[in-house]
Write a protein that binds this ligand. Structure first.
Ligand code: GLY
Length: 458
């Protein structure tokens, strides 16, 4: 089989790396890929941008690609699945109509309300005057969101009326996010613990992936500006069996059934960004119509079953035949960023340490997933904001954190930085549950002792 993975980030490196491990796969193409995917065995980069959906379809037809996996949301919202379908090509992802769950935040909130799926109260506006008038009666903080895709930047938390007015003026009057901000959503802020719940869906059946947690704030202690995600781990301890069942019952099943009932059956990866408050109810913050980045990196490090088999079954409407197997250990990924990220960042610097043996080890428990990397004069250089994700698997989150940071320390470039506390919430839980006499161990578990857990279709 030949597989095409579309995108060039850490998520796509992880998906392509895992797809290449499938016994049925002879080659995985990555468009456009990065320096990491260029170096992997059985992977080959293709110089096509992920939003050039017609060029992607022509390539897939010419090379007789059996399965295309779309990494990021933009091509899905543009209708890549339909463009592939016109040529009879298998492409995993929702149709353009179903991708509105991510492409329009107002569509998603209205959908959630129609189907009584828990989410924060909200109002929508297209006129600045009406939006400003509504602020006097509001409770703060408020969340102000541009309706459309804004490269992860169209969400602001306003602590008071002045900040809310500035954000609304920026979107509705100054058109800071262009057409994406011509409609805005004003939503009540929800407190709690954030969880990423990602599943494969085939229109009716749901195959949950392992749970995970992201760290969106730039700096330690969850402070600073929002980023695409500075690190993640899997599983998320807050998603115990009871919470998993609740998420499936209150969020995932009603969403998949609701989309089918409204004539937009959902197929592909569905990512629910959830907030679990003190009442223990999972509230939907947002939907994404793709896997998370960087959540995918630790999730793929834990996946022991055949990703390609799962994805093929999803495209063919046969997910019910699948069962995903997970390494029971925890995986944790630390995103290493370029100087200036999440703003304008410094690129072109040579990345040192990639050839070191500790970084090269590919023992299913350690992996450097590349994102913003390129090749210049035969050297691997920084080419984007989130550069690599140092990912490791171990017995518990604390041990996985230590292993991931050990991996990260092998690499350096001018202005390289990363958070020092990825996993802090889960580690606090581990410490609270751990007797003092049995400190958290970073010892590696021999491969023969690795146990697995399953996720079943629902
Ligand atoms: N890590 C957040 C996202 O992928 O949207």
């Amino acid at each position: 089989m030949k597989v095409l993975v579309v995108g060039g980030g850490g998520r796509e490196h992880a998906l392509a790396w895992k797809a290449a491990q499938s016994e049925r796969v002879e080659r995985v193409y990555v468009a456009p890929g990065n320096a990491g995917t260029a170096r992997e065995p059985r992977l080959e980069n293709v110089a096509i941008q992920s939003t050039d959906i017609h060029a992607l379809a022509r390539f897939a037809a010419r090379r007789r690609i059996d399965l295309t996996i779309i990494g990021a949301e933009a091509p899905l919202v543009m209708g890549v699945v339909e463009v592939f379908a016109e040529r009879g090509l298998r492409c995993l992802g929702p149709t353009r109509a179903a991708a509105q769950l991510e492409g329009s935040k107002i569509f998603a909130k209205d959908f959630l309300t129609r189907h009584a799926i828990p989410t924060a109260p909200y109002r929508t506006f297209t006129e600045l005057d009406a939006a400003l008038s509504a602020l006097s009666a509001a409770e703060y903080p408020l969340v102000i969101k541009a309706d459309g895709l804004a490269a992860g930047k169209g969400v602001l938390i306003a602590e008071n009326r002045r900040q809310a007015a500035a954000a609304l003026t920026d979107m509705l009057a100054r058109k800071r996010y262009g057409a994406a901000g011509s409609r805005v959503l004003v939503e009540q802020f929800v407190r709690g613990e954030e969880v990423s719940f990602i599943a494969l869906v085939d229109g009716k059946t749901i195959l949950p992936m392992a749970s995970s947690q992201d760290h969106k704030a730039a700096y330690d202690g969850d402070r600073g500006p929002n980023t695409g995600g500075m690190g993640a781990y899997s599983p998320a301890p807050i998603v115990n069996e009871a919470m998993h069942a609740q998420i499936m019952q209150r969020v995932m099943r009603p969403t998949v059934q609701g989309m089918a009932a409204e004539g937009m059956p959902y197929s592909g990866f569905l990512y629910a960004g959830l907030m679990i408050g003190d009442d223990g109810i999972p509230q939907v913050l947002e939907f994404n119509c793709r896997c998370g980045d960087p959540e995918t990196q630790p999730i793929m490090l834990r996946l022991r079953s055949d990703l390609v088999a799962h994805c093929m079954a999803a495209v063919e409407g046969n997910l019910v035949s699948q069962r995903a197997h997970w390494d029971v250990r925890c995986a944790l990924g630390v995103v290493m960023a370029a100087d200036g990220y999440p703003g304008e960042c410094r690129v072109g610097d040579w990345i040192h340490g990639l050839a070191d043996s500790a970084v090269q080890q590919d023992d299913a428990a350690h992996k450097i997933f590349h994102a913003g990397t390129g090749i210049q004069d035969g050297k691997i250089v920084v080419s984007g904001g989130r550069v690599v994700c140092a990912t490791a698997c171990a017995d518990n989150v604390h041990a996985a954190q230590q292993a991931a940071y050990q991996l990260a320390k092998q690499l350096s470039w001018q202005g390289c930085w990363y958070r020092a506390d990825i996993g802090h919430r889960a580690i606090k839980r581990e410490l609270a549950e751990q007797p003092v006499a049995a400190p958290l161990s970073s010892a590696r578990v021999p491969a023969s002792k690795v146990r697995f857990t399953d996720s079943l279709c629902c």
